[in-house]
Ligand binder design. Sequence first.
Ligand code: SAM
Length: 295
Amino acid sequence: MFSYRHAFHAGNHADVLKHITLLATLRHLMQKEAGITLIDTHAGAGLYRLDGDYSQKGGEAEDGLFKLLAAAEKLDALPDPVQDYLEQIASFNPNGQAKIYPGSPFLMHKLMRHASRDRLRLFELHPTDSKSLTANIAQLEAGRTVTVSREDGFEALKKILPPPPSATGSKRAMVLIDPSYEIKSDYSKVASVIQEYLKRFSTGTYLVWYPIIPRPEAHDLPKRLRTLSNQSQKPWLNATLAIGRGEGDEGGLVASGMFVINPPFTLKDQIRQALDMVGPALARGSGKNWAVESS
Ligand code: SAM
């Protein structure tokens, strides 16, 4: 437990899929005037150096963000969600080179509306990462609209749902569930908490990231999420991206998925357009390496 540090992986192919899906979902949710509670159950440190010791060790952004940036340079126009993602990253790197990678808490904060309309609730259990997250968030001077708690995000969310009414009286929530799956039980935990969250707040939008690896629990998770959504009669979307194994690269993660319950109706088309560009840009082999399916 706690050997996972997101700094080694920031900006990799999984972050590209996760954060493009997150931003496209948020853009749609923000079109409604009503306030919304945004929750990140596994928030990480918030900001990462792409030229720091951690990322040098893994260099995973090379096969993610940096490959995407190189491919984007050769195109006249990008699909909107890709353009949006790259613009958000660029806004953290005013000097041009991508040296800082914003994690999900900062991307969510960028899109939330202020004047107390939206709230952001962040949970991170790792002692060092939760300290870094607290310090990084403090710089935003966001007051009580953004909170950081060193708590188990799975359990903490049970206490938040249904979300309290916002300043505009609405009860809306978007939840990102992005565990490290360091412990095998995380897979069944995700399925069991989703079942409970849907009972407590069935209209929330839930985004679950999962790794695609040859383990039965990992293989079963999207199937279980699909069954739970269907049983609750809630729409769902499942997007996957696989970059393929490189030469000499034996152990690393090469594929992942995002499962979204109650996705915006626009999301399927948007993610398809995005992956149509991102998929080939990040592929190490030939053949179609992405898929988007929905209910
Ligand atoms: N969501 C972040 C992003 O996209 O930028 C990355 C999060 S990283 C994949 C997963 C994080 O969950 C790690 O920082 C880990 O320390 C933390 N973590 C592990 N178990 C947790 C738990 N039960 N509750 C809250 N955080 C946890």
